[in-house]
Write a protein that binds this ligand. Structure first.
Ligand code: FUB
Length: 341
């Protein structure tokens, strides 16, 4: 599955890094790609990274994005189209700052774009915007989804038509500030700061048929080890940080996520969409740049991972999206992906 072309070969010759794949687009910086197949075509919903001059910090203030562009392509390796601005922060009534990693779902002729954004009090919540076209433009609802918080929504529709949203991220994503169920502005800037206690879990909520509200309580998408014990706060190689995704393979639910400060993509497998998920390993080694964020799709019988690195800019907040193959092994694992050598 390793793709090496003449450009990457010449990078090796010049002593530079060899990349498994090349940026899908270089006219704008893009990150956090959520890919979907709609009407036989691949649509990618990324963050749109920009230089806003804010110094890098642990809060992620340097990720100061202001709009979304949707990308599409007819096939893997085909021409990539940038459909222009699909949603602008100025058109979101509750907006404060920072449009982070979005995702999209489709139901009954409407596309729903879910996006994390800080409100005017600098608290992340998740908004929803709709369009009749997968490439937008999207129109935002006047308020965030009631009961939503933190970042990185990933939406998954199961075979029975039920749609679930996985969301959350620690550190700058503020998940740790919701540990008591309401926002604590003076809460920790990182995590629970309790190494021997269970780590914070990603959240999961079923969506109502209107796709704009949670149906019932927000639950933990719990990650446990093979003995049934929760992953602990100190276990930075395995605990959830941000960037979740769900895909179903051979009847099992594969919950995949970023471990953040250890820069790995990890996975855990469950029998139900809401978990619990048993930790199964890592499947992608660190990319260039601090963040690692992915999505997984199947098209024409093959599986692909969309991800980002910083090949074009060398800067953590100016990323570029990429795609490469992902392989499930016969014993139910995901084969390790090495983004660089
Ligand atoms: O793009 C901003 C944030 O960086 C995302 O929400 C995280 O997943 C990380 O990629």
């Amino acid at each position: 599955a390793k793709q090496v072309n003449s450009e990457t070969e010449s990078k090796v010759d010049s002593g530079k890094k060899e990349y498994l794949s090349q940026p899908l687009i270089s006219s704008i910086y893009t990150a956090d790609p959520s890919a979907h197949v709609f009407n036989g075509k691949i649509y990618i919903y990324p963050s749109h990274d920009v230089e806003s001059g804010i110094k890098e910090n642990d809060n992620g203030d340097h990720f100061n994005m202001r709009d979304y562009h949707i990308l599409s392509m007819d096939s893997i390796g085909g021409k990539v189209t940038d459909h222009g601005v699909a949603l602008d922060i100025k058109d979101i009534p509750w907006a404060g700052r920072q449009l982070w990693a979005p995702d999209v779902a489709f139901k009954d002729g409407t596309y729903y774009l879910y996006f994390p954004l800080k409100d005017k009090n600098d608290v992340f919540a998740i908004g929803v915007a709709t369009s009749k076209n997968p490439a937008g433009p999207f129109k935002a609802e006047p308020k965030p989804i009631p009961g939503s918080f933190s970042i990185d929504p990933a939406v998954f529709t199961d075979d029975d038509g039920s749609t679930y949203m996985y969301f959350g991220g620690i550190w700058g994503g503020q998940l740790q500030r919701w540990k008591e169920g309401k926002y604590d502005a003076n809460g920790s800037k990182t995590d629970l700061q309790r190494d021997d206690a269970p780590a914070l879990n990603c959240k999961v909520a079923k969506l109502k048929p209107n796709m704009k509200e949670f149906d019932g309580a927000v639950k933990d998408a719990a990650i446990i080890d093979s003995a049934g014990k929760p992953i602990l706060g100190k276990d930075h190689n395995r605990r959830f940080f941000e960037g979740s995704w769900m895909h179903k393979f051979n009847g099992k639910y594969f919950f995949t996520y970023s471990t953040g400060d250890t820069h790995l993509l990890a996975y855990a497998i469950g029998d139900k969409p809401i978990g619990p998920f048993v930790y199964a390993g890592t499947f992608m080694q660190p990319v260039e740049g601090w963040t690692t964020h992915h999505s997984i799709i199947e098209i024409k019988g093959k599986w692909y991972i969309f991800y980002h690195d910083t090949q074009l800019s060398g800067k953590t907040h100016l990323r570029n999206v990429k795609v490469t193959e992902l392989n499930h092994t016969p014993d139910g694992k995901i084969e390790m992906i090495y983004p660089n050598k």
